[in-house]
Design a protein. Structure first.
Length: 91
């Protein structure tokens, strides 16, 4: 499981937090210590079911790419459009 985190200097130490959830915070005297402390806290929360991953279905034009590739109706519409284009180009 992968989580994006933010690590930044704070009051002479380093603070590591879960991106989008600044209340889940771990401190360390070095960047590596802060990351390790956050890793342990995240591991604990995952183990008790406090943090889980979910997938969200995307909605957008890129989701349509290839969706109708095998649709015979679309193929007929495209062929007619190409035929009309070619006829228009001859005049």
């Amino acid at each position: 499981m992968t989580f994006p985190i933010v690590v930044e200097p704070r009051d002479g130490q380093f603070a590591a937090s879960l991106a989008g959830m600044p209340s889940l915070l771990a401190m360390g005297s070095t960047r590596a210590e802060a990351i390790d402390a956050l890793k342990k806290e995240l591991g604990h929360r995952v183990a008790i079911g406090d943090l889980v991953s979910i997938d969200i279905e995307t909605i957008g034009i890129s989701d349509l790419a290839g969706k109708y590739q095998a649709d015979p109706t679309l193929r007929a519409i495209c062929e007619e459009a190409y035929r009309q284009r070619d006829l228009d180009g001859q005049t």
